[in-house]
Ligand binder design. Structure first.
Ligand code: UD1
Length: 379
């Protein structure tokens, strides 16, 4: 059986790593039924810090194919992935194309495969924010509409898919591959002896912000950074900044409150400290000991729930409601008063306790590989 594994952007890399590992483990255990696989990177993210650092940290082998698509409008990225990926599919003729998450590359590769009669499986299917202004929501809807096998991270995702008419036999609730990576890397951290970015014992918060709806409009980004700088009067906040956000804050002239992060293990006064995007391990080493995480990321809502760290999500909706129902996540939107009030609550120890959702146990990728082998190469 032959599979093409597709990744494009930063949040894909931690989802593919355990799948590559599980395929290798399968091949070791079943030499007579081994899985031939190729890793295709679309090149949607290409920077050292947005891409290479992740492959290294997560011990992902270098991609077999790099489509080198780069930045551009959504149409540009989608179209270029499609044109270039079609050639790869023609040359490789895989039985399956496996896509993860919800980025433009996920949707583009799925469309190419399904039109060529190649079966598609989608890892992290069925998540819905119900906000169609969010590019990822369109990517999720399109990908799930054409996929042949849909792997979900939570039961609500199964229900979303069924409500959209996906036959139940195509849906497999397997758990969360992102948490596979998290649990494996947390274990590894203790052996690596990385230098902490912040002095041990110091209380601090972590911020990430990159959604177009939050960072591309002057009034929203100004309001958000204003609220966060207020929270940072009590609690130093470390902000590894996405290239998009840095560019917009500079353009709007609202980056004067940004302070550079001192040398590793430095003591921080209250304030908002900005650093370049961090690799997976440095970032994990930072947020795992945070008193509070503020974010508009999808993945971090799940990761903080898995480690029991209070998380305030700076969005009006989430496609990951299980982190609210069961985890440590609270939706606060972009209202400064709500952000400050919820931050205070979390810091006073009145935040949510939370528990780890079902099957977020570090073995999702194993279940995915077993399910694929059960399906086999034939339709
Ligand atoms: C993409 C994904 C989003 C994901 C995010 C994580 C889509 C629709 N969006 O958004 O779901 O949460 O990645 O980071 O697929 N840039 C660089 N270097 C890079 C990549 C980007 O400098 O390696 C800059 C470019 O100026 C680019 C901007 O960041 O225009 C935005 O990058 P893009 O890939 O278009 O979208 P993201 O906002 O990163």
């Amino acid at each position: 059986m032959k599979i093409l594994l597709v990744v494009g952007a930063r949040p894909n890399f931690m989802k593919i790593a355990p799948i590559v590992r599980a395929i290798r483990a399968w091949n070791g255990a079943h030499p007579d039924r081994s899985i031939e696989h190729r890793l295709v990177h679309t090149g949607q993210h290409y920077d050292e810090r947005m891409y290479k650092a992740f492959f290294e940290d997560l011990q992902i082998p270098p991609p077999d194919v790099d489509l080198e698509v780069g930045s551009g409008s959504h149409t540009f990225q989608t179209a270029h992935v499609m044109l270039r990926f079609e050639k790869v599919c023609e040359a490789e003729r895989p039985d399956w194309v496996l896509v993860v998450g919800d980025v433009n590359s996920t949707m583009a590769a799925s469309l190419v495969a399904v039109k060529m009669g190649i079966r598609v499986c989608h890892v992290e299917a069925g998540l819905r924010s119900r906000d169609r202004t969010m590019p990822e929501e369109i990517n999720r809807l399109v990908t799930d509409a054409v996929a042949d096998l849909l792997f979900t991270t939570s039961r609500d995702a199964d229900e979303n898919l069924k409500a959209e008419g996906v036959p139940p036999e195509k849906i497999r609730f397997v758990g969360n591959v992102m948490i596979d990576t998290l649990l494996a890397q947390v274990r590894r951290l203790s052996d690596l002896g990385l230098r902490p970015l912040v002095a041990p014992g110091q209380r601090y918060g972590v911020l990430t912000l990159h959604r177009p709806s939050n960072v591309d409009r002057r009034e929203v980004l100004t309001r958000l950074l204003g609220a966060i700088e207020e929270v940072a009067r009590d609690l130093p906040i470390v902000f590894p900044i996405h290239p998009r956000t840095r560019k917009m804050a500079r353009e709007f002239g609202i980056d004067s409150g940004f302070r550079p992060l001192p040398e590793p293990e430095g003591r921080l006064d209250p304030g908002l400290y900005v650093t370049e995007p961090l690799g997976y391990l440095d970032f994990l080493n930072l947020w795992k000991d945070a008193a509070l995480v503020l974010t508009d990321s999808g993945g971090l809502q799940e990761e903080t729930t898995a480690l029991g760290i209070p998380c305030l999500t700076l969005r009006e909706n989430t496609e990951r409601p299980v982190t609210i129902w069961e985890g440590t996540n609270t939706l606060v939107g972009t209202d400064p008063e709500a952000i400050q009030a919820e931050a205070r609550k979390a810091l006073d120890g009145r935040g949510k306790a939370g528990r780890v959702p079902e099957l977020w146990d570090g073995r999702a990728a194993e279940r995915i590989v077993a399910a694929l082998m059960e399906e086999g190469p034939e339709g």
